[in-house]
Design a protein around this ligand. Sequence first.
Ligand code: ADP
Ligand code: DP6
Ligand code: CO
Length: 356
Amino acid sequence: MPTYEATSTAPVNIAVIKYWGKRDTALILPTNSSLSVTLDQDHLRSQTTSRCDESFEKGDRLWLNGKEEAVKADGRLGVCIRELRKMRSEVEQGDEKLPKLSQWPLRIASYNNFPTAAGLASSASGLAALVASLAQLYELPQSPSLLSCIARQGSGSACRSLFGGYVAWREGTSSDGSDSLAEEVASRDHWPEMHALICVVSDKKKGTSSTSGMQRTVETSPLLQHRLTLVPGRMKEMESAIASRDFDAFAALTMADSNNFHAVCLDTSPPIFYLNDVSRALIGLVEELNRASKEATGHLIAGYTFDAGPNCVIYALEGNIATVIRAVQRYFPTEAAFPDPFGVLGGKEAGEVDVK
Ligand code: ADP
Ligand code: DP6
Ligand code: CO
């Protein structure tokens, strides 16, 4: 029997209304709905190759960026693998001629083309790519909604990376998680002028993982309860900002929600500090750009957001992104980390900038 192999990629998504807290840690059901923008495939992404072979030694194994990670049967990765294997096994039962791939050990290799575990949503693209590559290997009917549900059990934010464009993850009300689903609220084409500038402040692994950080917040932060009363209104406002392509509302809500999320981290006991001095300086820069822009044009120019890490994502429209990049490079002058991903500078200048 040959080795069967499949490779898939999945992009990162950066939330503008953040998911932070689980009401069910096993199924990964969130305490609030969230909304994100999926970046284009050719920028920040995970690429995962899955292989299976009858002759592989027993047990599944996974390498992340060349380093082996444990695959525990009841851990996050193990649960995703189990679900997909079960689906394959059902297909095999219906067709005797199919090779019994579901019974063979797996070897999985994944690479992220951006910093891992540094607050740039590697668990989102990583688990989405893992699920997509196994679905391809097993030749499963690839409904994004079903795959998204499985990816959610690997990492909550991963459920949003199975869709492109503007994506909402509805918290749902059922206890089995059947209605805790991601869905596209608008396509990339609906608002093609939107750009995301990734400012890499640090590529180091964060001290507190998202999983343990948010659990500590749920257990200790009184401010989280207040946040949970704000989010439903913000979800509605964000969806209408996107529907009407209202950048001022989009940017204002994005910044407010990022700041509220980091306030909740500070309110956690012991407190979690994801932002550093450079992160705060970037906030100051965007606030200043917005103040000047508001004075000159009546409109905002950019909106910053930070996930669970010090790295900054700045959303801006096509007509303004070059101005924002120039300002960032002027105040944080370092070598470009990546080539211009959006082509907005018409050449080789940086669109993702390294501001370490
Ligand atoms: P991030 O902010 O990057 O999402 P998290 O703390 O949420 O950080 O998750 C980081 C963890 O996600 C990693 O330590 C690893 O276990 C997992 N992960 C990241 N990338 C991948 C990948 N490509 N394939 C499988 N797992 C991954
Ligand atoms: C701040 O999805 O990484 O990026 O579900 O425990 O794997 P787990 O956490 P994860 O949390 C993401 C938190 C966030 C906000 C967001 O992406 O919505
Ligand atoms: Co994550």
